[in-house]
Design a protein. Structure first.
Length: 354
């Protein structure tokens, strides 16, 4: 009697990416709207757009630590503040142009983050959060108060050069930096370093058992996050044109964490949208209060943020990135997913005895 030969396993379907005319049109509308908006809006709108772009850069920085490497950071305002004061000092006191002061501020932010990463090597979880929280408090109350470096309570000026004086022109500079960082983040996540960060987030013990150098990758995650945060701080300094220590409090650090969680940890597009929404929320609420005459803008802002955070933690852990996943998949050239995986009722399959 011939034995039955097992059928070969079915090969995985190859998903082809196709940029159809409809996808190109939608991408063109999105890109055109982003590029045209700073010119069409008023100076206030262009300035708010610049802040949204800078917040998106900060969101990418927080996402490197929390979304990719799984390391908690509650002192990110210190990284941004170090970058802002460094750029302002190098331009005002050192006489360097903005094209040099901002990259140097990013390197200084990376150096400070490396020192913090070395301190936090053997701790994780709640204790790491406390270390980063303490670092932010120390920077806020001591480092940012050194008069020779930060101007003390009076702050440090950071004037833009002549060709960047308008808010619209400066917003395009920040947008170009964001586009470059998105590309770098995309390439990094697909490299050996990026895959190691994801393994570090999943389980440090398992990653170490495979011979992964935890010291290198953990410190590397802090360095990359510090560089991006320092770069955002340098851009923020020239957006404000006057840097003061009162702008970098724990409230700002909490805002950075919440906007990244709402956007979706580990989801680049979601983090950018969540960060931009956080920057625009006070602006939108102020417009609503002008129309309605209501003066409870702060209460509304706290309530909306709290509701979004609770919905993210309980209903959609992937945040905004999870909600727009079908659209981003379609825009990237993949077929539009009609059903979310893992949702809906599962049909019971009846099996009959042979």
């Amino acid at each position: 009697m011939a034995q039955a030969v097992a059928a070969p396993p079915a090969s995985r379907p190859v998903v082809t990416r196709r940029l159809t005319p409809s996808r190109i049109i939608v991408l063109g509308i999105i890109a055109g709207g982003v590029l045209v908006y700073p010119k069409l809006g008023s100076g206030v709108a262009a300035d708010r757009f610049t802040l949204a772009v800078i917040y998106a850069i900060v969101g990418l920085s927080v996402n490197i630590l929390m979304g990719y490497a799984g390391q908690i950071s509650l002192g990110h305002q210190a990284f941004v503040g170090v970058g802002a004061f460094s750029a302002a000092y190098l331009t005002t006191k050192g006489g360097l142009p903005i094209v040099l002061s901002v990259p140097l501020a990013a390197l200084i932010g990376g150096l400070i983050a490396a020192l913090l990463g070395l301190v936090a090597l053997r701790i994780q979880g709640l204790y790491l959060a406390l270390i980063t929280l303490a670092y932010g408090a120390v920077a806020e109350r001591t480092i940012f108060g050194i008069r020779e470096l930060t101007g003390g309570g009076g702050g440090m000026p950071a004037l833009r050069p002549e060709f960047f004086t308008s808010d619209a022109s400066y917003s395009y500079v920040c947008l170009a930096v964001l586009a470059l960082l998105v590309f770098v983040d995309w390439r990094m996540l697909r490299s050996k370093f990026g895959r190691a960060l994801l393994a570090l987030k999943s389980n440090e013990n398992v990653a170490a058992s495979f011979g992964m150098n935890l010291v290198f990758y953990k410190v590397g995650a802090f360095v990359m996050a510090g560089i991006v945060a320092g770069l955002a701080g340098g851009l923020l300094a020239f957006r404000e044109q006057h840097v003061v220590s009162a702008d970098f409090t724990f409230t700002l650090a909490l805002t950075f964490v919440i906007m990244t969680v709402i956007g979706g940890l580990g989801n680049r597009t979601g983090v950018i949208l969540g960060s931009a929404f956080t920057a625009y929320l006070p602006f939108i609420l102020n417009k609503i209060s002008d129309w309605t005459g209501s003066s409870r803008v702060i209460v509304l802002r706290i309530a909306i943020t709290a509701i979004l955070l609770l919905l993210t933690l309980t209903k959609t852990p992937g945040g905004i990135g999870q909600q727009i996943h079908p659209l981003t998949e379609w825009l990237s050239g993949k077929p539009f997913p009609r059903h979310n995986k893992g949702h809906g009722r599962k049909r019971k399959v009846k099996t009959e005895a042979a």
